[in-house]
Design a protein around this ligand. Structure first.
Ligand code: ADP
Ligand code: MG
Length: 160
């Protein structure tokens, strides 16, 4: 399984949907957490679920699930990840994408700052060797999906 990660708004879900249409199996972690009741609590301030990646990995194993791609900003924390694609975005553009979601200004600011410092890309490089960063700012979702697909093919040919 490869992880498709990045700050919220960088285009993970949209990219994953395109790859699904191309025939790749995708585990959308946020949906999986809701379906399986896997959350630990609710972060009221950020209006999101609190999850433990270990528990998500445990449930994937218990159910014997196998996927090509795990999609979530925490997917790089799952067990059995063979490579990680990190989606990036220019912070100014990211801000506009997040504003369209109607999120509160504090949550938008937090995520834009996360992208400015490159927090997720840094976390990923601390944990994994096979990493690609894709700047989505001036690419269409289809172009991003093609780059992720090329990476998947490389990873699967290297590690199978
Ligand atoms: N490559 C892209 N170029 C421009 N807009 C994009 C791109 N990818 C996604 N978007 C748009 O940005 C927003 C966030 O995309 P989404 O896939 O939901 O991000 P994520 O799952 O990473 O939070 C959506 O409105 C989506 O249509
Ligand atoms: Mg998403």
């Amino acid at each position: 399984m490869i992880a498709l990660t990045g700050t919220p708004g960088t285009g993970k879900t949209e990219t994953a949907s395109i790859l699904e249409k191309k025939g790749y199996s995708v585990l959308k972690i946020q949906e999986f957490v809701r379906e399986q009741g896997l959350w630990e609590g609710v972060d009221e301030k950020r209006n999101c679920l609190i999850v433990d990646p270990e528990k998500i990995s445990d449930r994937i194993e218990e159910l014997g699930l196998r996927f090509d791609i795990a999609e979530c900003h925490l997917s790089h924390y799952l067990r059995g990840i063979r490579g990680v694609a990190v989606l990036r975005c220019d912070p100014e553009v990211l801000k506009k994408r997040l504003e369209k979601r109607g999120w509160n200004p504090e949550k938008i600011r937090e995520n834009v700052e996360c992208e400015i410092i490159g927090l997720i890309a840094w976390e990923v490089r601390e944990m994994h060797d096979r990493v690609i960063e894709i700047d989505t700012t001036r690419k269409t979702p289809e172009e991003v999906a093609r780059e992720v697909e090329r990476f998947i093919k490389y990873i699967f040919s290297e590690t199978e």
